[in-house]
Design a protein around this ligand. Structure first.
Ligand code: AHM
Ligand code: MG
Length: 320
């Protein structure tokens, strides 16, 4: 498919796999060694950092920073972009990541994950800058996540379908366990933090009433909410379903981050035949203006996402 390929992107994906194995090792030994609990300060998002957040962030920086393949990185845990090898390399890729997503689940043995997004650097040479990080999700060259669940699974797409690899602990390597994943067009699950119900717009409240089956006909779905985006997304990807984190009166721009969470998962969703929206437009079409930009997120089975967009449109068109 790519006769002029240099192999750098493939190697970058191997770097992801290496980082995933190291982080998985820490996660699997949590409780046995001193990696649980908070570090005692907050990150750029104003959220309390956990020891594993910090460890995973360091692992990611070390796994990619000296390879020569990446010139600049950005992490959900750091305020500013991170220059690879202190700016000494001009690798052609940009890496954006959430080193350990689902912080609130770390200490209680619930699935957590690492999310990554790979873009090509815009400038030909040099060490990369903020502009390289602020590209729309549509221009990602690869993206994916690793879920530390009942097994460790790496899911990625480089624009030709979605593929899953399970870490075989016996040989210490990822083995392909699911090729060309296709998500059902209509799902059986809906996933949303319903404790925010009174903070949502009437449109989202309506959507959830339909999904609960208290209004509308035959739309009732089963509720599943883990509180780890990667885990909620992964279940819905395989079984069919929709995950929503709307803007609300507490988080008027939404809670989840465009570059480290929404965009990479939107890329996977679309590659698997699903969809991802901020309620009005595809997540992948949003051109970010800030590194830590937040967005509402509606993601999963294609028809379910379209349904939500329609209900929101109709609710907005209805005079108060
Ligand atoms: P984090 O990146 O600090 O872990 O926060 C993101 C997480 C997502 O994994 C999850 O979907 C969401 O926050 C859950 O939020 P809430 O507890 O408000 O339902
Ligand atoms: Mg996160």
């Amino acid at each position: 498919m790519h006769p002029h390929a240099t192999g750098q992107l493939s190697n970058l994906l191997y770097d992801v796999a290496l980082a995933a194995k190291i982080i998985s090792g820490y996660v699997r030994s949590a409780g046995l060694v001193d990696v649980l609990g908070a570090v005692g300060h907050t990150n750029v998002q104003g959220e309390e950092q956990q020891k594993l957040d910090v460890l995973a962030n360091e692992v990611m920086k070390q796994a990619f920073g000296n390879t020569g393949r990446v010139s600049i990185m950005a992490s959900e845990e750091e305020a500013e972009p991170i220059l690879a090898a202190n700016g000494a390399v001009d690798g052609k890729y940009v890496l954006l990541f959430d080193p350990l997503d689902g912080s609130s689940n770390i200490d209680v043995n619930v699935s957590i994950g690492t999310i990554f997004s790979i873009q090509k650097r815009l400038s030909e040479h040099g060490c990369g800058n903020l502009v390289d990080c602020l590209q729309s999700g549509r221009s990602q060259v690869a993206a994916g996540y690793v879920i530390y669940g009942s097994s460790t699974v790496m899911v990625y797409s480089a624009g030709h379908g979605v593929h899953c690899f399970t870490l075989d602990p016996v040989i210490g390597e990822f083995r392909m366990t699911n090729q060309n994943v296709s998500t059902p067009p209509i799902g059986k699950y809906y996933s949303i933090n319903e404790s925010n119900f009174t903070r949502w717009s009437p449109g989202y409240q309506q959507v959830v009433r339909y999904f609960k089956g208290v209004e509308g006909e035959g739309l009732g779905k089963n509720a599943r909410y883990i509180g780890s985006l990667v885990a909620d997304f992964h279940r819905n990807l395989l079984a069919g379903g929709i995950f929503m984190y709307p803007a609300d009166s507490k988080s008027p721009k939404g809670k989840l981050r465009l570059l480290y969470e929404a965009s990479p998962l939107a890329y996977i969703a679309e590659q698997a035949g699903g969809a991802a929206s901020d309620g009005k437009r595809p997540i992948l079409d949003i051109v970010p203006s800030e590194l830590h930009q937040r967005t509402p997120l509606v993601i999963g089975s294609r028809d379910d996402v379209e349904f939500v967009e329609r209900i929101l449109r109709e609710a907005n068109a209805t005079p108060e």
